[in-house]
Design a protein around this ligand. Structure first.
Ligand code: 1CP
Length: 341
């Protein structure tokens, strides 16, 4: 059965512009909170294929979005590479052991992409339970973004430790990025084999780098991942999303299908640069979801700009935990209604 989301990734004509939301499975949904209370621990949720499948499908049932995204985290893979992970209340993800030198990189487990089989079991189960016309997006973090956590140990404002490596020990950092990239390619390939219809690479912290370093330490590795996946799975769309790099768009290119546009980057500016070479995904400012009026204004403006062009509706970053579900539903319905052809 054809999937509107997949068609839009390849720039084919669709009855309306498909829509989904980054972080659409999560705390704003009461049914998510219910499971979270029962299981207790976020990581345990991601390691249980039945729970993964249920949470992944929740927003599809509730909001009728056109794509589901695997419920997991970008940090499960580095955890399986040998860095114990915990989620600390009020802080977020924490690695107590971090990457400091050559021997830390050498100690990383190159069999992680096989050990993480709970993700593939989850993907199989989701694909079995998800409606045929809905796409399932598998994902990973970008090697750069994943490495920021592996080196810093937690979310960071300054990225002092990893940026020091960029300038003072680039060889070590490339060695780490190479290793993470190899595992990421295998990880995404296995998600596709298990049933993922598209894959997305999240580079949340690409914008922490100046232009030439962004291409050297982040984009080049994302491109490598995309190239490998497209060579083996030309029919599986590849979505790349780097946050905070709108001003670098002039030099962005590669073998991928969809480019995520963050909310800081005017989408008309992105369209001017890329024309219809890629499908653009995004980019309503997520905070607009607190007001229906603001949603209407945001959606109308983006729809007007993207009319007649390759587009997938989304937010310009993740949905916030206290957004009213009713407003999320209003956003999804409006995107479809306003773009119906
Ligand atoms: O219940 C909870 O409190 C856990 C919150 C949560 C959730 C729902 C975390 C912790 N991760 C997730 C799931 C998740 N993470 C998904 C699932 C699919 C969906 O979108 O619905 C995805 C794609 C991610 C990706 C992710 N994790 C990114 C990249 C995307 C982005 O938002 O920029 C990043 C940076 C992470 C790390 C992470 N995991 C969780 C948190 C709170 C964070 C961010 C920490 C920080 O700001 O440094």
């Amino acid at each position: 059965m054809s999937k509107i989301f997949i068609d839009a990734c390849f720039g084919k004509e669709t009855p309306y512009t498909p829509v989904w939301m980054m972080r659409q499975a999560g705390r704003y949904l009461p049914e998510y909170m219910e499971i979270r209370k029962k299981v207790g621990n976020f990581l345990d949720m991601t390691r249980n294929p039945e729970v993964v499948a249920e949470i992944t499908i929740q927003p599809v049932k509730r909001l009728d979005v056109d794509a589901a995204i695997l419920f997991s985290d970008i940090l499960n893979l580095p955890m399986e590479m040998g860095l114990p992970l915990r989620f600390e209340k009020g802080v977020g993800p924490v690695f107590d052991k971090t990457i400091n030198d050559e021997k830390d990189v050498e100690a990383l487990d190159e069999n992680a992409s096989e050990k993480i089989s709970y993700v593939y079991e989850g993907v199989k189960l989701i694909r079995k339970n998800l409606a045929d016309d809905k796409a399932l997006i598998g994902f990973s973090g970008s090697p750069w973004t994943v490495s920021t956590y592996m080196v810093e140990g937690r979310g960071s404002k300054q990225y002092a430790k990893i940026k020091k490596m960029v300038y003072a020990n680039p060889k070590l950092l490339h060695k780490l990025l190479d290793k993470v990239t190899n595992q990421t390619i295998k990880y995404l390939t296995n998600q596709i084999k298990a049933g993922a219809d598209a894959i997305m690479v999240f580079d949340s912290w690409g914008g922490a780098l100046e232009k030439e370093k962004f291409f050297e330490f982040s984009w080049n590795y994302m491109k490598q991942i995309a190239k490998d996946i497209k060579a083996n799975y030309p029919n599986v769309p590849v979505i790349l999303f780097s946050k905070g790099v709108g001003l670098y768009f002039n030099d962005i290119e590669g073998e991928f299908d969809v480019l995520g546009v963050d909310w800081n980057t005017p989408i008309d500016y992105a369209l001017e640069i890329f024309e219809d070479n890629y499908t653009l995904q995004g980019n309503m400012e997520p905070t607009r979801l607190y007001s229906k009026e603001a949603i209407k204004e945001g959606v109308t403006k983006i729809a007007k700009t993207m009319k007649g062009h390759r587009h997938i509706f989304n937010l310009g970053h993740g949905i916030l935990p206290d957004v009213p579900v009713e407003n999320a539903k209003y956003f999804v319905d409006l995107c479809k209604e306003i773009t119906r052809r």
